[in-house]
Write a protein that binds this ligand. Sequence first.
Ligand code: BJ8
Length: 424
Amino acid sequence: MADYTKMWTDLGLNLDNHDALLENLGGAYQSIFMSQEHRPEGMGYFDFVMSEAHGLRIQELRDEQEAGRKIIGSFCVFVPEELVLAAGCTSVGLCAGADFAQEEVEKVLPRNTCSLIKSFFGFKLGKVCPYMEVSDLIVGENTCDGKKKSFEIFSQMVPNFFQMDLPQNKAPMARKLLKHEYEAFIAKLEEMTGKRIGLEDLKQGIATVNAKRNALARLSKLRTANPSPISGLDALLINQIAFLDNPVRFTGKVNALCDELELLVKENKGAKVENAPRVVISGCPMAIPNWKVPAVIEATGAVIVGEESCIGERGQRNTTDASADTIDGLIDAVVDRYFKIDCAVFTPNQERVEHIKEMAKNTNADGVIHYGLQFCQPYIMESFSVEKTLEKDGVSVLRLETDYSQEDMGQLSTRVEAFVEIIK
Ligand code: BJ8
């Protein structure tokens, strides 16, 4: 990586903390990703993006800012990238997947807060996240109690914050609320840019995001092959990078990788041996660099064939209908697409269990591992009915509850190994 010290200093990062984070991240990446065998050549691009995630990509975002674009940071797949792009802005994901500055965090948040929330607070307090610092606007959402209450505190730590309310059920009134909130978000974006979003802008925003989702759907489909042509770790990495990279370039690279994977499938070549135990992971999102559980699973020789997660299928499935010829019609189409997301903050949420069943069937999975972050009530509570429903259908389920620390690695490995033994 080139020397980005000046850029990081200008962004207000704490250089010592930041160096420590990059060193840890680099070490974890080498041992988890680069040690894998049979990686497709197309992963080279994604390795490069990761190596430059705090360098070249941030430089690109700053160049975009100089050219007049605004950078919009967010923490949830309910914040529509289509609208951000239509406003001539760029969207970046801010969820973090590692513990940082935990002592400082526990001065402002209760200890029994999920790791995902503690992590983005730690990245802010430790001044180590260039994406947060480069963002012109940060969007928080009212989803789980942890997020909505912690955003009350977080919003005081950043210069420009926008709170989006979100429904908690799928009733017609709830859809109206979602539309209202998306219109308020559009108004905020227009106020920031000083420009009205036009019909063609919105059509283009939808087309760009649809193309990205279609490429990721193509990748998901290729993983249904036996042997799967790509490891679950690499597929997760691509889904994580989807929140950071330029969407058009990213789509091109995912499609190029899929071309290569199609050839591997034809040649019966896989990331793991044929008939390796196949697992679907379901539950809380896994943000960079949260690779702990997938690494434990694939170290057993099993292959992860799908992620029922917002960094994965739940966040990326379904495209937006771009056929309307009015702005209001297109906003309705955006609302319809997002209203289908079956996050566990919704109640009732039977659709999610049905989706997990469907994914397990379509990917020929031998079992489902439910991943819940400690203190995440929505997903951990829902994991009981997921387990019950799937097991009634003959699908084995392992429920894991963990955090971002490495302390439970031994226990996790033992439980996962035992589960893989059962399903193989
Ligand atoms: S749409 S999953 S991205 S809210 S792990 S912070 S739920 S206590 S992240 Fe999410 Fe949007 Fe839903 Fe998806 Fe709360 Fe649970 Fe923590 Fe979580």
